[in-house]
Each structure stands twice: as structure tokens, then as C-alpha cells.
Design a protein around this ligand. Structure first.
Ligand code: FE2
Length: 181
């Protein structure tokens, strides 16, 4: 997993777009209904991973999140395309995690591309991206504001096992960076 940075002017532009979108996303999510899962921490623990690992889980089995419209993620597409001109970019994940939100351990082994995630939180240290690296479990906490991470997925074992947890409002805009054929 790598933390990415954009030039300051681009970061400001991303923030401006994201802040507008998150208002709409939160409104839709609460209209449709969000809930709290008191067991969210256990579901993304090391113990949970130990149970799931023999099964090569492509998409997560358990979650507490709200999928928002691809249209919101597409509003950032031109910025991502500018940063990675050699890649073909698809928006691929549009998730709002409410407090106690999570996406359980999984590998995405069916789509082994490079991914970029732009996440936005109003409070730092309450949410994270967690992944397995060798024998270690690494928890990368979000800082207040924008957090930009990229990682490469593997279609073969040992895979890139990862999950997400949040005890605040976390908005996540995801993109697949594919080689242009
Ligand atoms: Fe994933």
C-alpha cells in the first residue's frame, strides 16, 4: 500500500468536489437508512482474517456501508486521468461508511489491477484501511481531510487481503488503474 499525494492546487480541487458530494451522499444514505453494528471491530480483526483466509474471498462477505452513485466518483475522474495518463481509469468503488461501518476482509483476486482510493473524513484517527503484508496486519488510519492510497491486487496467492473500518463518517471514492492495451 502506498500513500499518494497530489499537488496542492489539485488537492484543493479534489476537496472542493468531495465536500459537495459528501453532503448529497450523506443525505441519501440517511434517507435510505443506516445502522450501527456493535460487532464491527471483531469482523475486521486478525482472528476474523484467520477464519476467512482458507477461502480466498474475492468480495467481502460482511459489511456495513452504503454504496453511493458512481456519478459522484466520476466527478473526480478527470483529475485521476491527468495523474495517470498512461492508464485507463474506471471508477470502481463508491462507499460511505457510517460510524461502526466496515467492509470485511477480502482479496479482490478476480480483478487484479492497481487501485486508487480517495477517502474523506472530517475527523482523523477514527477510521482506517487495514491490510496484510507478509505475516503482519497493518492498520493505516485516516487523517482528517483527504487520504489517498494506492495498492496492487494479486490474482494469485498470497493475494492482497484487506478490509476497512470506520467509527466516523467515511467517504471513499475508488478507481481501477488498468494498463491501456
Ligand atoms: Fe477491496
Amino acid at each position: 500500500m502506498r500513500k499518494e499525494t497530489f499537488p496542492p492546487a489539485t488537492t484543493r480541487e479534489i476537496k472542493r468536489i468531495v465536500k459537495t458530494e459528501v453532503q448529497k451522499i450523506k443525505f441519501s444514505a440517511h434517507k435510505d437508512g443506516v445502522y450501527r453494528d456493535p460487532n464491527w471491530k471483531e469482523k475486521i480483526s486478525k482472528e476474523a482474517l484467520d477464519t476467512l483466509m482458507p477461502e480466498d474471498i474475492d468480495g467481502c462477505r460482511e459489511k456495513n456501508l452504503y454504496v453511493f452513485s458512481r456519478g459522484s466518483s466520476n466527478k473526480l475522474l478527470h483529475i485521476i486521468k491527468e495523474k495517470y495518463p498512461a492508464k485507463t481509469i474506471y471508477s470502481s468503488g463508491h462507499f460511505y461508511y457510517p460510524p461502526t461501518g466496515f467492509m470485511g476482509w477480502h482479496t479482490n483476486c478476480g480483478t487484479p489491477d492497481d487501485h486508487l482510493y480517495i477517502t474523506y473524513v472530517e475527523k482523523g484517527g477514527e477510521s482506517f484501511f487495514r491490510y496484510k503484508e507478509g505475516d503482519r496486519i497493518i492498520t493505516s488510519y485516516d487523517e482528517e481531510g483527504l487520504n489517498i492510497r494506492s495498492f496492487s491486487l494479486s490474482g494469485t496467492r498470497p493475494y492482497f487481503w484487506h478490509c476497512v473500518g470506520s467509527n466516523c463518517d467515511r467517504f471513499s471514492f475508488g478507481y481501477r488503474l488498468c494498463d491501456t492495451i
